[in-house]
Structure formats: structure tokens, C-alpha cells
Design a protein around this ligand. Structure first.
Ligand code: MG
Length: 308
């Protein structure tokens, strides 16, 4: 059993839900396309390591994201374990119908706080993309399927620069009003710092969006993801997105570091005495195995330290 010594800090939650995005957000941003059976094995290993939420894939157009063109096959290949959630992303009604036809019971839509990224990623502006999501959320909820909403570019945007906190609050508020149950606040280019995180969380709280409705999705591009996570926990957030082994480099910077590595997050939480249910040994083994499949080492500091 590896891990840090425990020194609890006052003011933190007792338990955090780690929302694992590696198979989707990680592999989507890898150059190589991974075979479906390897993805399914990856998901099984992540579940065996104790992760309670393992996002599977995205039902986007297969020609747009070839890495995820096997969405149906992967969903069919994964047998959900009791109590484990396997959300998938859907961009529109067509994606939702594809997912529902394969028994998916947990979905997410992906919005942007900025016009530039909304147009690049979704082919339409913020207002039009929210209008596109409205019937998706309605249809999903009519089937008893919960909808999480990702909000990209919450702290900065590569085309627009600084992102006004008020815009993030506005987009987030509107997504919750559509019927989404949780917002995932994305620092897509990794420029957030802890004070900025607190300013955004305070602004959301002032708009009636408390930490119980939020997850945080930090990128480690500039090495700030764990510091940002710690202040978010102090503000009451209990859902943190991370990617096993740090899979998925930053597509907007020539950097190996994109998604916060799940191992780095779990090491921090173990040191703080915050429960996650994740077995760090098994998780590291999984990321080392996956790195072998991809043919390159994991960028996670914890994976490197424990497997060196
Ligand atoms: Mg990400």
C-alpha cells in the first residue's frame, strides 16, 4: 500500500467523488486511436480501482472525432458494475438518441462560456448552442436520464483571452435552468489560479449556484490544478474531474500536461484524509498499462514516482 501520510486539514469535505474522464476526455485528445477492446479493458480496470464515475465516450459525429467513433461498441462492451456511473457526452438530439438506443442512463452536454470556443467546438454561438441543448435535456429527463453540463473556457480562452466571471455565471445558470443537475467548470487551457477559482465560486454562489451543484475540471498545463482543487474543496465542492495517468494533453498549448492526473489528485486527497474509495496502487498499475498501450509514458508525477 503506497501513499502519503495523513494530515487532515480543517474545512475540507470528508469525501470527494472523483469523476474519471480518461476514456473520453483523455483518449479524445490522444493522437492515436485506441482499439475498442483496449478501451473496455481500461474502463474495467478503472472501475476495479474503485472509481465511482467513469465517463465512457462521446456520441459526436464519428468523422469529427475518429478516436471516439466506436461509441456504440464501447457502450455495449462495458457491463456497468453496481453503483458505478458511466456517463457519455452527447452534442445534440441525434447523439442522445444513439446513446439511449444503447441503454445509456447518464449523459452530459458540453457548452462554452465563450463565443469563440462555442463556434469552434459546436459550430454555433453560446445562445444557439443552449437552444440546441434544451430539447436534449428535456428528452433525457423524460427518460429519467440525468444530464451533467460541461462549461469550457471558464477561466480563459485562447482566442478571447480573459473570460469575465459574469459570463460563466450566466451560462451556468442557464444550463441549470434547462434542467441539468450538475455543472462541471472547465479550465480548458489551464490558466486558473486559486484566487480566480474562489472569485468564480463566490459569484456562482451569489447567483444561487452552490457547490453542491458543481464539479471542477482543472487542467495542469501551468501546474496549478492541485492548488485550484484544494481551494475549490475549501469552498465546498465535492466533485473533481480527473483523467487517469493525465491522459489527454492540452490541445491548445504545446504541452504534455492537460487534464489533471487522477493519481495526482488521489495522492493529495489521501494525504488530506479525504475519502475517495480509489485504490492508488491499482490505479497506477492501470495507467502504466495504458501508457504501454499508447507507447508513451504517463505525464502524471505520481505515476512516475510510483512506477519508476
Ligand atoms: Mg479536460
Amino acid at each position: 500500500m503506497v501513499g502519503p501520510r495523513r494530515f487532515p486539514l480543517h474545512g475540507l469535505p470528508r469525501r470527494v467523488t472523483v469523476h474519471e474522464v480518461g476514456p473520453r476526455d483523455g483518449l479524445q485528445n490522444e493522437g492515436a486511436t485506441v482499439p475498442t477492446d483496449v478501451k473496455a479493458e481500461f474502463v474495467r480496470r478503472l472501475v476495479d480501482a474503485g472509481l465511482p464515475v467513469v465517463e465512457l465516450t462521446s456520441f459526436v459525429r464519428p468523422d469529427r472525432v475518429p478516436q471516439l467513433a466506436d461509441a456504440e461498441e464501447l457502450v455495449d462492451a462495458v457491463d456497468p458494475a453496481p453503483g458505478v456511473r458511466h456517463p457519455v457526452l452527447v452534442p445534440n438530439l441525434r447523439g442522445l438518441e444513439r446513446a439511449l438506443a444503447h441503454g445509456v442512463r447518464d449523459i452530459a452536454v458540453f457548452a462554452s462560456a465563450t463565443e469563440s470556443f462555442a463556434r469552434r467546438n459546436l459550430g454555433r454561438g453560446v445562445d444557439e448552442s443552449l437552444a440546441m441543448f434544451a430539447p436534449v435535456v428535456e428528452r433525457a429527463r423524460s427518460e429519467g436520464v440525468g444530464v451533467r453540463a460541461y462549461v469550457s473556457m471558464c477561466f480563459g480562452d485562447p482566442w478571447e483571452g480573459a473570460v469575465d466571471v459574469g459570463r460563466v455565471v450566466d451560462v451556468g445558470r442557464r444550463l441549470l435552468d434547462l434542467g441539468c443537475w450538475q455543472l462541471s467548470l472547465g479550465d480548458t487551457i489551464g490558466v486558473a489560479t486559486p484566487g480566480h477559482v474562489v472569485v468564480l465560486l463566490d459569484a456562482l454562489a451569489a447567483a444561487g449556484v452552490g457547490p453542491d451543484r458543481l464539479g471542477v475540471h482543472f487542467h495542469d498545463t501551468y501546474g496549478q490544478a492541485l492548488a485550484n482543487t484544494l481551494v475549490a474543496l475549501r469552498e465546498g465542492v465535492t466533485v473533481v474531474d480527473a483523467s487517469a495517468g493525465g491522459l489527454g494533453g492540452c490541445p491548445f498549448a504545446r504541452s504534455a500536461a492537460g487534464n489533471l492526473a487522477t493519481e495526482d489528485l488521489v495522492w493529495l486527497l489521501e494525504g488530506l484524509g479525504v475519502a475517495t474509495g480509489v485504490d492508488l496502487d491499482r490505479l497506477v498499475d492501470t495507467s502504466v498499462w495504458m501508457a504501454g498501450q499508447l507507447g508513451r509514458p504517463s505525464p502524471s508525477r505520481v505515476v512516475r514516482a510510483l512506477s519508476g
